[in-house]
Every structure is written in C-alpha cells, then in structure tokens.
Design a protein around this ligand. Structure first.
Ligand code: NAD
Ligand code: UD1
Length: 341
C-alpha cells in the first residue's frame, strides 16, 4: 500500500510524509520543486529513517503524471498538496495560478479513474468561507466569493471534486480546510522555506527576530476585535500533518459517510496578532520589533474553526500548544540561518 503525496517536499507535504511513514505507510512524492528543495528528503530520512520515493514531475503534464502510476502500481491513495499558494502573487498572475492549480487536480482525478485509485485527500483552505457572518465556522457555513485568484482555485477545486464524486461514486474524497498552519517539526529537520519576503505572519516574525527583516508591520489595529488586530486560528504543522493520516485511514477503512466529505482543520481557538506576538516573546525569550501600519487589502477581520465534526469523525484533535509551535518555528529559523539551501 503506497500513498502518492503530491507537493510532498513542500511545507505541509513534508511533515505529512513524516507522519505517514511513522504510521507505517509507503510513500511516493511527486513534486516539480517549483517551491521546495530536494534536500527536504534528507530531513525526512533523518527523522524517520526512511527515504521516500521521489518523482520530479510537473503535475500539469498529464503524460508525465501517468508515468508515476505506471511505475508505482501499488498506489492506493493520493494526498494532493501540489499548488501555487501565494495570495498576493496570484492577483498578478491569475493564468499561472488557475493553470497550475486547476490542471493539476484534473490530471490527478483523471489518473485516479484511469488507474483505479479510489482514495483522494485534498488541501483546501478556510479561505473558502471569506468573512463568515457567524463564528466559529462549521463545515456548513456558506462559502463566499474568493478574494483572490488563489482563493478561487481552492473553491473551484472543491467544486471539481464534488462534481466528480457525484458522477463517479466509487471514488472517495476528503477536502481538508486548513486554518493557519504554523510551526516546524520539533526535530528542526524540516520546516517552512518561504520564497523571498514572507507574506505570512510567522515566517515574517522569525525572520525579523533573526535580523533578516527590520521590523514586523502589524496590519491594522482598528478591527472590531478585543485588541483591534485580526483574529486567526493557528494550527500546528504536525497536528495538521496527523489530520491527513487520519483522513487517509478513514477512506481506506471505508469509514466515510459519503463519497465526498469536508473537514475544518484548526484548533477551535482564535488568537489576535498582538496575542500571537506576546506568546512568541514568552516562548522564545526574544523581542519582536513591530509597528502598527495600515490594514492589508483583502484581510478578513476574524475567523476560527468549529472543529466538532473533525474531532468526532476523524478522531483527531489539535494538541500542540501555540507556544510550542512558535518555539519550533523559531528553532527552525535558527537552523535555517546555518543552512545553504
Ligand atoms: P508549499 O509551496 O510549501 O508546497 C507545495 C508544493 O507543491 C511545493 O513543493 C511545490 O514545488 C509543489 N508544486 C506546485 N505546483 C506543482 C506542480 N505543477 N507539479 C508538481 N509540484 C508542484 O505549500 P504548502 O504550504 O505546503 O501548501 C500545501 C497545500 O496546502 C497547497 O495546496 C496550499 O494551497 C494548501 N494550503 C496551504 C496553507 C498554508 O498556509 N500553507 C493554507 C491552506 C491551504
Ligand atoms: C493568508 C491568505 C489565505 C491563505 C493563507 C496561507 C490573505 C488575505 N489570506 O491567510 O488565503 O490560505 O495566508 O497562505 O492573504 N499579518 C501582519 N503582518 C504581516 C503578516 C501578517 O500583521 O507581516 C497579519 C495579517 O493581517 C493576519 C495575520 O497576521 O491578520 C495572519 O496573516 P497570514 O499569515 O498572512 O495569514 P492569513 O492572512 O490568515
């Protein structure tokens, strides 16, 4: 039994490969390395003692994608992480984002049908909810129009999965809607490798504290929240990775209730930007230099997950405290400083 992990050298994919291998699964990674580095395989091997099979493939290339399935005939499930994910970049490059993210999922589903692979887990995002009217959001919270081409690719991919599941009901699919993934493996062997100036809060903080950036801009303190800064649900990367293992197991064991299911993967707790900075400072003993600036276009005010459904149905729950995730992110930043990637 082998799991095909697309985007498996990326941030979330690499941590998931570790958890899959530690749970006893064989893995083959397919990645074109457009946003990751082959040395990630060393980190995975150092943690698990097993080097996963690796295929350097652009998943928008259907011929090359089919070759993976011809070569690895024991693939029984797919976790599809591969995508371009920079929200701001997607606004300037919509064709690249739609082309990459939509064509790659269509190719994966096409291969599922051709090679009769029945189980599929997809990386979706809480971005599909936009600014919800009622918090916390459940899986039934209505979706809102996406704020960016990137966000729209997630909504479209969910629609494609839904239509495919309806048309071909022998295939079983789960879309995991991640909230804000943060942290790094506690071993500091793998972590996030942001490309250029980070857009996301945690790598911006760690790079600022490491002296790579001058100071963090806190994007607005005039929101309708207790301290005026926006609220998010920050989910530890190892907890998130483990959610994929339980989702795969659910499909393989035929425990799914319908052939397409959606789960919120968060902690269930909302944290403001200023609260997060304070927790980082306490956990690491490092000061975060910051200033309050204008709001960032497209930011929502607040969102956090209702995780009741995931907790009950997947038997999964976020466990790692925020302070520990932030400490692991900092330890990874310190290690990165000494790496030549
Ligand atoms: P990442 O960029 O670290 O990993 C994505 C991987 O996919 C990279 O290794 C990249 O090289 C690969 N890839 C991209 N296009 C490819 C293609 N055409 N063929 C082969 N490989 C390709 O990103 P991540 O943070 O690990 O995100 C993984 C998934 O989770 C993505 O689908 C992303 O949209 C989704 N997601 C991420 C977040 C987040 O905050 N990180 C939140 C919600 C959803
Ligand atoms: C963003 C994307 C979301 C995507 C996710 C993962 C937007 C509007 N949303 O989520 O679609 O799924 O990344 O890639 O881009 N912040 C600062 N200063 C910074 C960076 C962030 O104050 O330098 C604040 C933001 O205003 C936000 C919080 O920190 O309130 C988290 O930001 P970020 O890490 O970028 O994630 P999201 O905006 O939640």
């Amino acid at each position: 039994m082998r799991i095909l992990v697309t985007g498996g050298t990326g941030f979330i994919g690499s941590h998931t490969v570790v958890e899959l291998q530690q749970a006893g699964y064989n893995v083959v990674i397919a990645d074109n390395l457009i946003n990751s580095n082959i040395e990630v395989l060393d980190g995975i091997e150092n943690i698990t003692g097993v080097r996963p099979a690796f295929e350097k493939v652009d998943l928008t290339d259907i011929t090359a994608t089919k070759e993976i399935f011809k070569k690895h005939k024991d693939i029984t499930a797919i976790i599809h992480f591969a995508a371009l994910k920079a929200v701001g970049e997607s606004v300037g490059k919509p064709l690249e984002y739609y082309g990459n993210n939509i064509n790659s999922i269509i190719n994966m589903l096409t291969c599922m049908r051709e090679f009769d692979v029945r189980n599929f887990v997809f990386s979706s995002s809480c971005t599909v909810y936009g600014q919800a009217d009622v918090l916390p959001v459940t899986e039934q919270t209505p979706k809102k129009k996406a704020e960016s081409p990137y966000g729209n690719t997630k909504a479209i991919c969910e629609d494609i999965m839904n239509d495919f599941a309806f048309a071909e009901n022998q295939f079983k699919m789960i879309a995991l809607r991640y909230f804000n993934p943060i942290g790094a493996h506690p071993s500091s062997q793998i972590g996030e490798l942001p490309n250029g100036t980070p857009n996301n809060l945690i790598p911006y903080i760690t790079q600022t504290v490491a002296g790579i950036r001058k100071e963090l801009s806190v994007f607005g303190n005039d929101y309708n929240t207790p301290d005026g800064t926006p609220i998010r649900d920050y989910i530890d990367i190892v907890d998130l990775a483990k959610a994929h293992v339980t989702a795969i197991q659910r499909l393989i064991d035929n425990k799914n209730k319908s052939n397409i299911e959606y789960f919120n993967i968060g902690t269930g707790t909302g944290v403001s930007v200023l609260e997060l900075i304070e927790t980082f400072e306490k956990a690491t003993g490092r000061k975060v230099p910051y200033k309050i600036t204008a709001r960032r276009a497209g930011d929502i005010e607040k969102i956090w997950a209702d995780t009741t459904f995931a907790n009950r149905e997947l038997g999964w729950k976020a466990e790692v405290p925020l302070s520990e995730s932030l400490l692991n992110a900092w330890k990874w930043q310190e290690k990165l400083g000494s790496l030549k990637l």
